[in-house]
Write a protein that binds this ligand. Structure first.
Ligand SMILES: NC(=O)C1=CN([C@@H]2O[C@H](COP(=O)(O)OP(=O)(O)OC[C@H]3O[C@@H](n4cnc5c(N)ncnc54)[C@H](OP(=O)(O)O)[C@@H]3O)[C@@H](O)[C@H]2O)C=CC1
Ligand SMILES: O=C(O)[C@@H]1CCC=N1
Length: 258
């Protein structure tokens, strides 16, 4: 498949690198206006251009990884030269209805919500599409399965998926940073604290994904009665650990919904 990514910023580059590394049969072009910082992508076989229309007529899918306010400008530029091509949008808050309206209902449209771990083949990419575009959408689902997981979800949940699956990367990293800060306070140098905290999160996530159990079942295996884990966990909960995460996630969702 030939993939044309418009918006070579944080997300666009992650997807491009993910495809280059984990879905090698596909060819990728990435565009942005100032390409100096992404020229290195050519070392991975990725074509880089400041012209959004470069190679676009050969593309099988055009992926939009631009900010919401850049969509109209980019569509005005590319629509005249991509008749009938599939458009996959990772733009947060842009519904399929809005995208169809902006593209005059003339293009197959797909909504994708990856995260920046696509670069490491570990994105949780939620996808939705109108039933009429299923045939065009399935190869895109396959593509994102190469970059991690790619569940097809009801479009009503795409904003929620943005928060849980895309913003979630930042929340998880903040947990790791806080653990690292604590690790330094209790005696580790920062690099060792980071390495231990990150591997511990990776191990916890791997157990959950492989055993397919509720987190509390694994927590039960760690919390020795009268031990040090349960007192720490309870102290965190007294200080609003779960509650602050839930509130933060709901605040992020409100921001998307406007
Ligand atoms: N970052 C993330 O983790 C995630 C982001 N998203 C969504 O992806 C979109 C992009 O986010 P993010 O990557 O963080 O943002 P960035 O600002 O990092 O990337 C946007 C890119 O678009 C480029 N751009 C702007 N205007 C144009 C144009 N007219 N033609 C071509 N390229 C253009 C910019 O480069 P230049 O100025 O050089 O043109 C910039 O590199 C947003 O809608 C966001 O909500 C979704 C999920 C995760
Ligand atoms: O912060 C944002 O708005 C984007 C959308 C999801 C992740 N980053």
């Amino acid at each position: 498949m030939k993939v044309h990514i418009i918006g070579g910023g944080n997300l666009g580059v992650s997807i491009a690198l993910g495809i280059a590394k984990f879905s090698k049969s596909n060819q990728v072009t990435v565009t942005r206006r100032n390409t100096a910082s992404i020229q290195y992508l050519s070392e991975y076989g990725i074509t880089v251009s400041s012209d959004n229309k470069h190679n676009i007529q050969e593309a099988d899918v055009v992926i939009l990884t631009i900010k919401p306010y850049q969509v109209d400008i980019v569509l005005a530029e590319i629509l005249p030269v991509i008749q009938g091509k599939t458009i996959a949008s990772a733009v947060s808050g842009l519904s399929l209805d809005m995208l169809q309206e902006k593209t005059n209902n003339e293009y197959p449209v797909i909504r994708i919500m990856p995260n920046i771990a696509a670069q490491f083949g570990e994105s949780a990419t939620c996808i939705s599409f109108p039933e009429k575009d299923r045939e065009k959408a399935l190869p895109i689902v396959d593509l994102f399965q190469d970059l991690g997981t790619a569940p097809v979800i009801d479009e009503k949940l795409m904003d929620a998926a943005t928060v849980l699956g895309a913003c979630g990367t930042a929340y998880a990293l903040r947990y790791i940073r806080a653990s690292m800060q604590a690790g330094i306070e209790i005696g580790f140098d920062s690099q060792t604290a980071l390495a231990i905290a990150a591997q511990t999160v990776k191990g916890a996530a791997k157990m959950l994904l492989e055993e397919k159990v509720h987190p509390e079942q694994l927590i039960d295996r760690v919390t020795t009665p009268q031990g040090c884990t349960i007192v720490g966990l309870n102290e965190m909960e007294h200080n609003g650990f779960s509650s602050s995460l839930i509130k933060g996630i709901k605040t992020s969702l409100k921001q998307i919904k406007g």
